[in-house]
Write a protein that binds this ligand. Structure first.
Ligand code: FAD
Length: 693
């Protein structure tokens, strides 16, 4: 039965207006550094980023009566506010009657390896509270008539832990959290870009004391670049992922994250080798993920060459029409590329085929007005002739319509509506897409409270490297909520944000301004644009989902050379974004060297194909086959079992990168809490561990 959803309901879920920010509180003090007079904004804690993770931390801190300020490059920018998919997913624990438990969920979250077992459990057990509190704030998660949450199955998920408000779940999360932050009076400084983490003290006593930022509105004759300082006892990095690392990307424009900021402050990072690549529309147009019903509707996928000729390229990969169509469908919940799924004619052969078409200069489209053409020599598409899992899903969904667009409209009208908002009518025209970078699983190394290796500095959301090699769909949004809450609890319970360090603060500001000024140099032969193009092309072409040891090593050498050149000559700012953008490009160049350092270390130590990347090697044990035979050029190394038990840690000392490995933190599966025994540890605050921020 088809239920027609009224247009105004579709509109409310796709066109989400954000709240108006209250006027900013002016600064009433200044500090003089390197000939500039900088305004100083003081608070107990400064949060860098106003995505779902940063706002969660802000709200939780404020509710605990702490003095917190949020700064944001763009208040409603970033991935939470601007990204999504057909049903953007939040991953939370299901119930025992569906075969779930927190332990089972934790095992699924870390199933891909290279993940701390305690972190996985924290995310699982914290997920119910994260979801319930979002519902309390007004997040419209769908329910059945008795109050049960409607759920479905997503990537790396066997029991259906996924739920969604539609294409814009994370934007709706930002909206309800922002409304709460405004209600609680949290100051938010918009168009404010953090460019340096400020620190005081040495060795084990070194700690964060705020951030140096750039704001257009602070520009004056005493301060031509617009520097300002947010002085705080605690800094929370919530600046999202490094979307600007790759040319082929489904991140919104201007996502730089805080990897470069953290590396420059000497903070340890982890799992930088781990990312996600998959099908979506690129940021040059409307960046969006094409998982779920977009592919479960089974559209025709084709490419077009320079002469305008169409190619039914998937027909060269799969052996039968049934196999090809079933694997197009499976991209719905096996969305990220995974090397081993290129074997045995599984679903990542679809990604490989699209990747090769794009590399050959052909544009790839999905057409919802045509059913897939048959594999040459085989029978035509027939919804009755699909693999059992696919047939049964479509039958349960009632998706027996003749054309893909009607199946899509039936299963998820919002998916069509969404593109219409951006002037793309997929009910009329084929949709151009590609395989893109979408998520960074690694990031700042943190403990179970979100603390980084720098005292007084926490990281939450995509800025934190809490995920392993794989992550279930929706686990990123859940992790941001759980760790935003945990970091706030820890900061508040320990009272770390109560006293703002004053000694040596002016020196820290002077050092930050001096560094920033050496790096931004009008007239440098390296421009913001040239650095962007060089970094992004290198990362997409040599460190994307298909790579090989030699190209990774060459890419690393080139990345090092670029960073040496930037240190020697600086970057000339472009017309838009000025000094802030130039510094973010410099941080991106540094972050790309960090990723390549980790990747080179991994492959030189026998690292094989896992998660996002196939490591191609003529001596590799695994060989993908297509209809006409083996694809020798894509023979790849198998993953080494031992690598699943450890994580690669990368740190920058201002000159060189240091790489090491550490074992995953364990979690005692057999441990059970006992109320009377464990209550005192909660009452005394012993549960918060070491007494440093
Ligand atoms: C197309 C797409 C689809 C996705 N779908 C899903 C999904 O279905 N489920 C899921 O769990 N995850 C999904 N993800 C991932 C998920 O959306 C992100 O990991 C998550 O939203 C990150 O939230 P965040 O709060 O950490 O960062 P963001 O939401 O990116 O927020 C970062 C904030 O930091 C600010 N900022 C950045 N740099 C600075 C700076 N230097 N100074 C000041 N401010 C700064 C930005 O303006 C922004 O406000 C998807 C991602 C993409 C790209």
């Amino acid at each position: 039965m088809t239920v027609d959803v009224p247009q105004e309901i579709l509109d409310a879920l796709t066109d989400v207006a954000m709240p108006r920010l209250p006027p900013e509180r002016p600064s009433d003090e200044t500090v003089t550094a390197n000939g500039c007079q900088l305004p100083v904004y003081r608070s107990g804690c400064v949060i860098v980023g106003s995505g779902a993770a940063g706002l969660r931390a802000a709200v939780e801190l404020r509710r605990r009566g702490r003095d917190v300020t949020v700064i944001s490059q763009s208040a409603w920018g970033g991935t939470s506010a601007c990204s999504g998919s057909d049903k953007q997913t939040l991953h939370t624990a299901n119930t025992a009657d569906q075969g779930d438990s927190y332990r089972a969920m934790a095992q699924a979250i870390r199933a891909g390896g290279a993940m701390d077992a305690d972190t996985a459990y924290v995310e699982a057990v914290g997920s119910s509270r994260a979801m319930a509190s979002l519902q309390y704030l007004g997040l419209p998660l769908p329910q059945d008539p008795l109050g049960g949450t409607l759920r479905y199955q997503t990537d790396h998920d066997e029991v259906g832990r996924a739920t969604s408000c539609g294409p814009r779940t994370s934007r709706l999360m930002v909206k309800v959290l922002a409304e709460e932050a405004i209600r609680l009076g949290v100051p938010v400084y918009n168009h404010t870009t953090a460019v340096r983490i400020l620190t005081v003290g040495d060795a084990d006593h070194r700690r964060a004391c705020g951030v140096l930022a750039l704001r257009q509105k602070e520009r004056s004759s005493h301060n031509p670049q617009g520097f300002c300082v947010f002085q705080a006892a605690v800094v929370v990095l919530a600046a999202g992922g490094p979307g600007e690392l790759y040319r082929d990307s489904a991140y919104p424009n201007g996502c730089f994250g805080s990897l470069g900021l953290a590396l420059e402050a000497g903070i340890e990072t982890v799992n930088l080798t781990e990312s996600q690549f998959g099908i979506g529309t690129r940021r040059e147009g409307f960046p969006w993920n094409l998982s779920g019903t977009y592919v479960q509707a089974i559209p025709h996928i084709f490419s077009v060459d320079g002469t305008g000729t169409e190619h039914h390229f998937l027909g060269d990969y799969y052996r039968t029409t049934r196999e090809m169509c079933s694997n197009i469908f499976r991209k719905g919940y096996q969305w990220p590329f995974h090397a081993t799924r290129m074997l045995d004619f599984q679903s990542s052969l679809v990604d490989l085929a699209i990747y090769r078409e794009s590399a050959a200069g052909r544009r790839v489209f999905m057409d919802f007005n045509r059913n897939p053409l048959p594999v040459p020599g085989d029978l035509p598409f027939d919804p009755g002739r699909l693999d059992d899992d696919v047939r049964s899903y479509l039958r349960s969904a009632g998706a027996d319509q003749e054309m893909p667009i009607d199946r899509l409209r039936h299963m998820n009208p919002l998916a069509i509506e969404l593109y219409r908002r951006y002037k793309v009518d997929i009910a009329v025209d084929p949709l151009e897409f590609a395989v893109n970078n979408q998520h960074m699983n690694g990031g700042v190394a943190t403990d179970v409270w979100g603390r980084s290796s720098l005292n007084g500095c926490y990281a939450v959301g995509e800025a934190a490297g809490t995920h392993g090699v794989t992550r279930p769909g929706g686990a990123a949004l859940n992790a941001g909520q759980v760790f935003g809450t945990r970091a706030a609890e820890h900061i508040a319970a320990r009272g770390f944000s109560d006293s703002v360090p004053d000694s040596d603060f002016a020196e820290a500001v002077s050092a930050g301004v001096a560094e920033a000024k050496t790096l931004v140099r009008p007239g440098s032969p390296l421009s913001e644009k040239s650095v962007r193009e060089e970094v992004q092309a290198r990362m997409s072409d040599r460190a994307g989902m298909i790579c090989d040891p030699e190209s990774v090593h060459l890419a690393l050498e080139e990345a090092r050379a670029l960073n040496d050149a930037i240190r020697a000559r600086g970057i000339a700012p472009g017309r838009s974004g000025g000094a802030a953008r130039a510094l973010q490009r410099q941080q991106m160049a540094l972050a790309s060297e960090a990723v390549l350092t980790a990747l080179d270390h991994f492959v030189r130590n026998g690292g094989g194909s896992r998660g996002a990347r196939a490591i191609c090697d003529p001596d590799g044990e695994s060989l993908p086959h297509v209809r006409q035979g083996p694809l020798e050029a894509f023979r790849f190394r198998r993953e080494r079992e031992a690598h699943r038990a450890e994580q690669i840690v990368v740190r920058f000392d201002g000159k060189d990168f240091h790489v090491s490995s550490r074992a995953n933190r364990p979690f005692d599966e057999s441990a059970r809490s006992f109320f009377e025994r464990d209550w005192p540890a909660w009452l005394t605050g012993e549960i918060y561990g070491r007494n440093t921020g």
